[in-house]
Design a protein around this ligand. Structure first.
Ligand SMILES: [Zn+2]
Length: 309
C-alpha cells in the first residue's frame, strides 16, 4: 500500500506577474506541508519531462507547436487574458504532463496504489487547442488518454472538484464515451461553462454546480446525489481527480466554503469507488487553490486520506 508523491523543481520556475494568484509560492506551501512527519511513508519521486507525443494525446500538433514557439527567452508573454509564459513555463508545463503520465504508469502497473502529482501550471481549463485560465496542457485529460493508450484502460473517470468548471477537460471528452467527466464547481463563475444541461454526446459529462455561499452540506449532497451514482454505474478502470483546492473557505477567487475535512471526505468516497471497480487505482493531479494556508492544509488532508490515514 503505497502513495506516490510526484513533484519537480521546474514548477517553481514558471513565473507569473507580481500579484498573480497562480504563483510558485503555492507549490512551496504544499511541499512544506507534506514535509511533516506524518508524511514520511510517502514514496517521493521527481516527475520526468513529458514528451510531445504525450501532449499530442489531447492537443493537436499545431497547438503544441504554437505554445512551444510562444515560449520567451526572457521576460513574460501573455498568451491569453491571465495565462502568461515565462522562460520557465514550458519546462514546467511539460513536467506537469510527465508527472501525470508517470502517476498513471506507476498506478496502472501497481508499483503504487495511488499517486498525487503536485505541480503547476494547472491544466483543466486548457482545451484541445486553447490555453486559458492559467493552463497550457490538460494534464488530467492526457493522463486519462495515456491510461487507455499505454495500459489498456477501457473506462476512465475524471472527477474535478476544483471550484472552477474544467471547460478544457469537458471539451476534450465531449464526444468520448470512454471517459466520464464529472465536475462540481461554483456557478456562475469563471469560465462560465458547467451547467447540468451540458452532458456530452454520450451523456458522459456530469456537471453538478454549486451556488456562491454553499458549503459542506451542499457540496456533500451534490457529490453523493449527482457524482457518486454516475461513477458507480460507469465502473471505471481508473479514477483521476482534478484536485483543485479553491473551494476552500479561505480562497480569494471563489465563494464556496469547504473545510479541509471535506476534501478528505471526497477523497475517501472516490477511493471507495476505485476500490470497488478499479483495484484501488487512483491518480490525483493538482489544479487550483490560491490561499496558501487553505491550499496546503487541504492538500495535506487529501494526501493523508490517500495514505488511508
Ligand atoms: Zn480553480
Amino acid at each position: 500500500m503505497t502513495t506516490l508523491l510526484i513533484s519537480h523543481p521546474s514548477s517553481l520556475r514558471h513565473v507569473t506577474p507580481s500579484g498573480h494568484p497562480e504563483r510558485a509560492d503555492r507549490i512551496r506551501a504544499v511541499e512544506q506541508a507534506l514535509e511533516e512527519e506524518r508524511f514520511t511513508a510517502l514514496q517521493r519521486v521527481e516527475a520526468p519531462e513529458g514528451t510531445l507525443a504525450q501532449v499530442l494525446l489531447c492537443h493537436p500538433a499545431a497547438y503544441a507547436d504554437a505554445i512551444i514557439a510562444a515560449a520567451p527567452q526572457d521576460g513574460l508573454v501573455q498568451i491569453e487574458a491571465d495565462t502568461i509564459m515565462s522562460p520557465g513555463t514550458l519546462p514546467a508545463a511539460l513536467h506537469g504532463v510527465g508527472g501525470a503520465v508517470h502517476a498513471v504508469d506507476e498506478v496502472m502497473t501497481r508499483r503504487a496504489t495511488n499517486a498525487f502529482s503536485a505541480m503547476r501550471p494547472p491544466g483543466h481549463h486548457a482545451e484541445s487547442d486553447k490555453a486559458m485560465g492559467f493552463c497550457f496542457f490538460n494534464n488530467a485529460a492526457i493522463a486519462a488518454r495515456h491510461a487507455q493508450a499505454a495500459h489498456g484502460a477501457e473506462r476512465v473517470a475524471i472527477v474535478d472538484w476544483d471550484v472552477h468548471h474544467g471547460n478544457g477537460t469537458q471539451e476534450i471528452f465531449w464526444g468520448d464515451a470512454s471517459v466520464l467527466y464529472a465536475s462540481i464547481h461554483e456557478m456562475p463563475l469563471y469560465p462560465g461553462t458547467g451547467a447540468p444541461s451540458e452532458r456530452g454526446e454520450h451523456g458522459t459529462i456530469v456537471n453538478a454546480p454549486l451556488r456562491a455561499g454553499d458549503g459542506t452540506d451542499a457540496f456533500r449532497d451534490a457529490f453523493e446525489s449527482a457524482v457518486l451514482p454516475r461513477l458507480e454505474a460507469f465502473q471505471p478502470d481508473l479514477v483521476i481527480i482534478s484536485a483543485g483546492f479553491d473551494a476552500h473557505w479561505r480562497d480569494p477567487l471563489a465563494n464556496i466554503n469547504l473545510k479541509e475535512a471535506d476534501f478528505a471526505w471526497a477523497t475517501q468516497k472516490l477511493m471507495e469507488i476505485a476500490d470497488r471497480h478499479a483495484g484501488g487505482r487512483l491518480v490525483s493531479i493538482l489544479e487550483g487553490g490560491y490561499d496558501l494556508e487553505g491550499l496546503s492544509k487541504s492538500a495535506a488532508a487529501h494526501v493523508i486520506a490517500l495514505m488511508r490515514g
